[in-house]
Structure formats: structure tokens, C-alpha cells
Design a protein around this ligand. Sequence first.
Ligand SMILES: [Zn+2]
Length: 72
Amino acid sequence: MRTCQRCGNDIPAERLEALPDTTICVKCSQEIGGEFVYGAVPSNIGKAGSLKKNYGEWKIIKRRRRIEPKAR
Ligand SMILES: [Zn+2]
């Protein structure tokens, strides 16, 4: 059993099963607009030192949102 980093409530086992690396409960996730932030970064596949950069590929990165404890 894990508790929510934001509100301190227990995170339901079903949620932990679906999202093993979650640290917040469903409600908080909805309130802050999702636990993770997705972004696209260009992955430079050009040669090192080359002035011509090839941004042909984008890498999707997943970052964990900074979670502030909920104000009581
Ligand atoms: Zn919560």
C-alpha cells in the first residue's frame, strides 16, 4: 500500500497495478492535470561536430510533474 504524495490518502491497489510508478492518487492526478508531462524533443541524428543538424526524429519524453503537497 502506498499513500498519495499530495493528499496523503491511500492509493488504491488497482491504480498501483495499472501504474506501478505512480505516487499520487487518481483525484490528485486529475486536479493537477496528470502526473506526467509529455514532451517531444528533437533527437539529433546528425554526426557529432557537423553544423548541419538533422532533426528528422522526435523523441517523446515523459517527465514526472513536480508534485507539491496539497495545501490543507
Ligand atoms: Zn491524492
